[in-house]
Design a protein around this ligand. Structure first.
Ligand code: PEP
Ligand code: MG
Length: 592
C-alpha cells in the first residue's frame, strides 16, 4: 500500500499502464522480426523529415506572431533534428539491438540525461529540455495524430488490460498529455509529482477519474499490467492486492459510481438551498468537450474557461482567428451560452516553447500568467480581440489572472478600451457588453480588495493560488501539500474579508478554485455569503445535492463558528461532523 495525496475522489480497481515522459512504456521494446528493421529505420528517417518541415513552418509563424527572438527556439530544434550524432545513434540502436524507434529514442534521451546529470548550469538544463522536446516531436511523427502520448496510449500494453480499467502510472503527466486523457478509456491516475491543484489533478477531476498524486517512486514499484487499486478519496494506492482486498474495493467502486449516477439525475433541478436561496453552480472547463460535459451535469454556465489549454495543445501559437473560432465553439457548447474566458495563464507548471523557456528558481512566483501577457503585448492584444469578438455569440466575460496591483488592473482596462476602439475603427464586430473581471489569487490583491472592486466589473477568487501564496507553499509540491489547506484560519479569514467587501459594494463574486467543489468548504463559503461556485463539472451534482439539504441560516452559523477557531484541525473536525449530520452519503466526495 502506498500513500499519496488524494486529488480526485472515487475508487477504481484495474491494471497499471506505466508511461515514461510521453515516450510510452519505459521497458525496452524489441522488434520481433529482424526483417522489419529496415522499415523501422525508414520510419525514423521519415519522422525526422516531417519534424524538420513542421519546425520550419513554426519558425515563420512564431516570428510573425510573437517576434523573431522566440522563433530562435524552433530554429535550434531544427538543428537538433538535423544533428548527425542523434541520427546515427538512433539508427545504430535500431540496427544493432533491434530496438523499436521509440525505444531507441527513449534510450538516447536517457543517455543525454546521464551525460548532463549533475551539471547545474542553466545552459545544460535548457539544452536537455530542447533535446527532450525534439525527441517527443519525432516520436509524434511516428504515430497517430502527431502526439507521442497518444502513440504510447495506443501501444500494445494498453490492450493487455483485457477489458480491465486502465490506470495510468507516471512520474508526471505533462499538460499537453493530460489534454489527451479524454480520448482514451483511462479509469484512474497515479503520479509521483504534483499536488491537488496541478493541471493533471484538475484534468482528472474534470473527467471524474479517481487520482492520487505525490506517490514517491511508484513508477519503479509498478510494471504495466500489474493489478492496481486507486483510492482517490484517501490518497491510497494498492499494488498487486490480494483477492479479498480487491473484492472489497470493487464493492466500494460500484457504490461510488452508483451514487454518482444517481446524483446526476438532479441536473434539471435548480441549485437552491433547503430554505430557497438560489445558488449559481458553474463549471471550470479547459476545452469544448468539457463545455458539453458542463451542460450534461446541470451547471448553468462556465465560470472559468482556462484558455491556456488551447495554447498547450497547439504546436505553435494560435492566431487571432483560430482563437476566435475556438472561443466561439466553446461558448456555443457552454450551458446557456455563458462563459467566463480567462486570458492566458501560462508559466508556473505550464510552459509552451514558443513563448520562450526560462528557468526560474521559483516559477510560480516568477514570470507567469498576466506577467507573461504583459511581456507579449501583441499576443495579449490578439487574445483580447478574439475574446471580444466571441462576445457577439453569447454571454462572455473576460477574466484576468494573477492581477497583483491596481496599476496592473488599470493597464489591462486601458488595453481593453484601446482594443475596442481599434476594432470599431476597423469595423470588426464584437460584443459591446463583454464584462471584465479580476482573478483575486495574489494576497496583495485580496488585501487591497476595496481598491480593486472600484475599478472592475466582477471578481473571481482563485483559491488554489491564493492559498499557495498565502501560506508560501508550492501547490504542486507534495512535501508541503499539508500547508495548502483551504480549511485553515488564515485562508478563511481572507476569504471572508473579500466576500464582505463584495457584499458592501454589490460586486459579483465567484470562487473558481478547487475548494468550490469540496463539500466541507462549500458549507462554509455558502455561509459566508458566496452564491456563485465554479468547479470541475463532475462535482456539480454533488454540490447541488449538498446545498439542497442545508438552510442559509445553518450555513451562516457554521461559517461564524469556524471563523472563531484557531487551527485547521479544529475547523476540519467541526465541518466533518456537520457534513456527517447533513449528508453522510456525500462524505465520499470530500477528498480535501
Ligand atoms: C486558482 O488559482 O484557484 C484557479 C482557479 O486558477 P488555476 O488553478 O488555473 O491557477
Ligand atoms: Mg490560479
Amino acid at each position: 500500500m502506498y500513500k499519496g495525496i488524494a486529488v480526485s475522489p472515487g475508487v477504481v480497481v484495474g491494471v497499471a499502464f506505466r508511461i515514461d515522459s510521453g515516450l510510452g512504456p519505459s521497458e525496452p521494446q524489441v522488434i520481433s522480426d529482424r526483417a522489419l528493421i529496415p522499415a523501422e529505420v525508414a520510419q525514423f528517417e521519415s519522422a525526422l523529415e516531417q519534424s524538420a518541415s513542421e519546425l520550419k513552418v513554426f519558425v515563420q509563424k512564431v516570428a510573425q506572431e510573437v517576434g523573431d527572438s522566440k522563433a530562435e527556439i524552433f530554429q535550434s530544434h531544427i538543428q537538433l533534428v538535423n544533428d548527425p550524432e542523434l541520427r546515427d545513434r538512433v539508427r545504430h540502436l535500431i540496427e544493432s539491438r533491434g530496438l523499436t524507434v521509440t525505444s531507441a529514442l527513449h534510450l538516447v534521451l536517457q543517455e543525454y540525461v546521464g551525460r548532463f546529470a549533475g551539471l547545474e548550469q542553466e545552459f545544460f538544463r535548457e539544452r536537455l529540455a530542447d533535446i527532450r522536446d525534439v525527441i517527443l516531436r519525432i516520436v509524434g511523427h511516428l504515430s497517430i495524430d502527431g502526439s507521442p502520448f497518444l502513440a504510447a496510449m495506443a501501444g500494445r500494453d494498453l490492450n493487455e488490460a483485457n477489458g480491465e480499467p486502465v490506470i495510468l502510472v507516471a512520474h508526471e503527466i505533462l499538460p499537453s498529455q493530460a489534454m489527451s486523457l479524454g480520448d482514451f478509456a483511462i479509469a484512474g491516475i497515479v503520479t509521483e509529482t504534483g499536488g491537488g491543484t496541478s493541471h493533471a489533478a484538475i484534468l482528472a477531476r474534470s473527467r471524474g477519474i479517481p487520482a492520487v498524486s505525490g506517490v514517491a517512486s511508484i513508477t519503479s514499484e509498478v510494471a504495466s499490467g500489474d493489478p492496481i487499486i486507486v483510492d482517490g478519496r484517501d490518497g491510497v494506492v494498492l499494488v498487486r492486492p490480494d483477492s479479498e482486498t480487491t473484492a472489497a474495493y470493487r464493492k466500494m467502486q460500484r457504490e461510488f459510481f452508483d451514487l454518482k449516477d444517481r446524483l446526476v439525475l438532479n441536473r434539471d433541478q435548480p441549485a437552491i438551498s433547503s430554505d430557497g436561496t438560489r445558488i449559481e453552480l458553474l463549471a471550470n472547463i479547459n476545452n469544448v468537450a468539457d463545455a458539453h460535459a458542463a451542460g450534461k451535469v446541470g451547471s448553468t454556465g462556465v465560470g472559468l474557461y482556462r484558455t491556456e489549454f488551447l495554447f498547450l495543445s497547439h504546436q505553435d501559437v494560435p492566431d487571432e482567428e483560430e482563437q476566435y473560432q475556438y472561443y466561439k465553439k466553446v461558448l456555443e457548447s457552454s450551458p446557456n451560452q455563458s462563459t467566463t474566458i480567462r486570458t492566458l495563464d501560462l508559466g508556473g507548471d505550464k510552459t509552451v516553447p514558443y513563448l520562450g523557456r526560462r528557468y526560474e528558481a521559483n516559477p510560480f512566483m516568477g514570470w507567469r500568467s498576466i506577467r507573461l501577457s504583459f511581456e507579449h503585448p501583441r499576443l495579449f492584444e490578439q487574445q483580447i480581440r478574439a475574446i471580444l469578438r466571441a462576445g457577439r455569440h453569447g454571454k462572455v466575460s473576460m477574466l484576468f489572472p494573477m492581477i497583483t496591483t491596481l496599476e496592473e488592473l488599470r493597464y489591462v482596462n486601458k488595453l481593453v478600451e484601446e482594443t475596442k476602439r481599434n476594432l470599431r475603427k476597423e469595423g470588426v464586430e464584437f460584443g459591446e457588453d463583454v464584462k471584465t473581471g479580476v482573478m483575486v489569487e495574489v494576497p496583495a490583491a485580496a488585501v487591497c480588495i476595496d481598491a480593486i472592486l472600484r475599478e472592475t466589473d466582477f471578481i473571481s477568487i482563485g483559491s488554489n493560488d491564493l492559498i499557495q501564496y498565502l501560506v508560501a507553499a508550492d501547490r504542486d509540491n507534495p512535501k508541503v501539500a499539508h500547508l495548502c489547506e483551504p480549511l485553515s484560519p488564515a485562508i478563511l479569514r481572507v476569504l471572508s474579508m473579500v466576500l464582505d467587501a463584495c457584499k458592501r459594494t454589490g460586486t459579483q463574486v465567484t470562487l473558481c478554485g478547487e475548494m468550490a467543489g469540496q463539500p466541507r468548504s462549500v458549507l462554509v463559503l455558502f455561509g459566508m455569503g458566496l452564491r456563485r461556485f465554479s468547479m470541475s463539472p463532475a462535482f456539480v451534482p454533488t454540490i447541488k445535492a449538498l446545498l439542497s439539504r442545508v438552510t442559509t441560516a445553518q450555513a451562516e452559523r457554521f461559517a461564524h463558528h469556524v471563523l472563531q477557531l484557531k487551527t485547521s484541525e479544529e475547523i476540519r473536525a467541526y465541518l466533518t461532523a456537520r457534513l456527517h449530520e447533513i449528508s453522510s452519503d456525500l462524505e465520499v466526495f470530500d477528498f480535501s
